[in-house]
Design a protein around this ligand. Structure first.
Ligand SMILES: [Zn+2]
Ligand SMILES: [Zn+2]
Ligand SMILES: [Zn+2]
Length: 348
């Protein structure tokens, strides 16, 4: 029997075993539909009072978008999207009361920041896989508005925009939503990527991600592209069916997006998640944006979206070593996803 391959991430010191002799077809991972939780949805229209006041609300007014926020007991109705502080935040803003502050040490810090929920649609089930592109464009614009606002705060060093879909992927609410968490330092995976970008730029006078894109576009992990974006399965995919979305243009952050780019991203999301849904019967997944922190000269970074379908369970080996075993080769994943995304293009 041929030995399995060990592969290292492009930039991170992270290894994965591509277990091709335990090879499974991507469609072996198709999911049974999850049971839908019952009960009142706090994110549905009419239940706005169940959330804290929204920090951002999009309203439609004479064909234009009007941006507002809620105050005290007042809640805007008839919204297109709304962004609210998380009821159980992981990070909280600084308080003026210094007596309640944590005395920081090298191994202890206050979890200062923001934790928000962006409600993507008034329609409970309007997830990216089935959403109207016009609605997803509001979502992208909502991320941009919050990213701009949060990045400007002096104690915010990084803004993570991520999505959990399905109970198995950690979503406690089934209403379509994304989350934003700001951290008072740059998290280690982003930091490692940033450092590798800088190092590569110093040596080669170009962006390492632009270089990766150029190669992957012509290779066996290429999945899909249009004028603005490229989708591929990364060389050392940790998750079965993992895929990454990159802008073709070298762009450190989503900030500075044009309206055309926001719409283009909305369309890519619709196609990719629609494809994933039809390929694997609507599987749970997580995604996270990797963007340059705004407060440093990070023009050498190249933002991207990493999507991790939740098809495998990390067990003893993964948890205890930080090494991974992936039963689907990225090359097989790319071929299946490519077909599914192209089929999706016919539908919208
Ligand atoms: Zn709902
Ligand atoms: Zn680049
Ligand atoms: Zn990344």
């Amino acid at each position: 029997m041929a030995a399995n391959e060990m592969r290292k991430d492009y930039l991170l010191n992270r290894w994965v075993v591509i277990a091709t002799h335990r090879r499974r077809r991507p469609t072996d991972f198709a999911k049974k539909p999850e049971e839908k939780p019952v009960g009142v949805c706090p994110l549905c229209p009419g239940n706005e009072h169940m959330t804290p006041p929204a920090v951002l609300v999009y309203l439609s007014s004479d064909g234009e978008i009007r941006k507002e926020s809620d105050e005290d007991d007042f809640r805007h109705k008839e919204w297109l999207i709304r962004c609210v502080p998380n009821l159980y935040p992981a990070f909280t803003p600084p308080t003026p009361d210094k007596t309640k502050e944590v005395k920081e040490t090298p191994t202890l810090a206050r979890a200062t920041g923001h934790h928000e929920v962006l409600v993507e649609s008034p329609i409970h089930d309007e997830h990216p896989s089935v959403a109207r592109v016009s609605q997803l464009t509001h979502v992208v614009n909502g991320w941009l508005d919050r990213l701009r606002d949060l990045s400007a705060k002096p104690y915010v060093k990084y803004v993570s925009i991520f999505r959990n879909y399905g109970q198995d992927a950690g979503a406690s609410l089934s209403h379509a939503h994304t989350q934003l968490i700001t951290t008072p330092f740059v998290p280690s995976i982003i930091d490692e990527e940033l450092k590798a970008c800088k190092k590569f730029w110093t040596k080669n006078k170009k962006c390492v991600f632009c270089d990766i894109l150029e190669r992957e576009r012509k290779g066996p992990r290429f999945t899909w592209e249009n004028e603005n974006f490229v989708v591929f399965a990364p060389w050392a995919s940790v998750h079965p069916l993992e895929f990454w979305v990159f802008p073709k243009k070298h762009q450190p952050s989503l900030l500075g997006f044009s309206q055309a780019e926001a719409k283009a991203l909305a369309k890519v999301l619709r196609l990719c998640f629609g494809g994933l849904r039809s390929l694997l019967n609507d599987p749970p997944y997580n995604f996270g944006f990797h963007i340059a922190p705004s407060n440093e000269g990070q023009d050498r970074y190249h933002w991207h979206l990493e999507v991790y379908p939740k098809l495998a369970i990390w067990a003893g080996f993964e948890k205890s070593t930080g090494m991974f075993i992936n039963l689907v080769s990225p090359e097989d994943a790319a071929a299946s996803l490519s077909e599914a995304i192209h089929a999706e293009e016919e539908k919208i």
